[in-house]
Design a protein around this ligand. Structure first.
Ligand SMILES: [Zn+2]
Ligand SMILES: [Zn+2]
Length: 187
């Protein structure tokens, strides 16, 4: 609920319904402070789960998993489907670490074996510590038999870019990889 005061009127805005719901409604009550008459106006404004109002002119996407609506900034495009960030994360078991792992695997600065911590004693393997990300990579089938990213892995990478590509820490990692790739080309 937000209040706005001027010398002559007091406006109270109340909202109903969850974000992402197309039936999200807003009620605006304006009170004339002179004669105390009230005017109530109700509007149905859809809001994205990120809190951005979706105006009539803008494109609206409905997540095909949870059916919530999302704005152009949030929607994640998957071949011919649109999903919201929450469902995209769920579908792909995606978090920032998993995304960066896929980036490193794609740039070959890391191999799948690096996700395992193998302890050997006198040449015998005594313990294998499997990283949580390795579990995701195996479970989701992100790697092809030759150790490169599978189609599903590339799709996950694309989703990760949309989810985390704007984060400054991710950008600095991507920049470093770019610089490294250019340096290697020059050699
Ligand atoms: Zn969704
Ligand atoms: Zn949004």
């Amino acid at each position: 609920m937000t209040d706005e005061h001027t010398d002559f009127t007091k406006t109270t805005v109340r909202t109903f319904g969850p974000r992402g719901s197309p039936v999200f409604e807003q009620e605006e009550k304006t009170t004339d402070l002179d004669d105390l008459t009230e005017r109530v106006e109700q509007t149905a404004v859809p809001f994205c789960t990120c809190g951005a109002p979706i105006s009539g002119s803008g494109d609206v996407y409905r997540c095909c998993d949870c059916e919530l609506i999302c704005c152009t900034r949030c929607e994640i495009r998957l071949s011919r489907q649109h999903v919201c960030p929450l469902c995209a994360r769920r579908r792909f078991d995606m978090d920032k670490r998993t995304f960066l792992t896929l980036v490193f695997l794609q740039h070959e600065t890391m191999t799948f074996a690096d996700l395992f911590d193998v302890t050997t004693q006198a040449g015998e393997i005594t313990a294998v510590d499997i990283d949580a990300v390795a579990n995701t990579v195996v479970k989701q089938g992100y790697l092809a038999d030759d150790g490169t990213l599978s189609d599903r892995g590339r799709e996950a990478l694309h989703v990760g870019h949309q989810l985390y590509g704007a984060d400054t820490d991710v950008q600095s990692v991507l920049d470093q990889l770019r610089v490294k790739a250019v340096a290697e080309q020059k050699r």
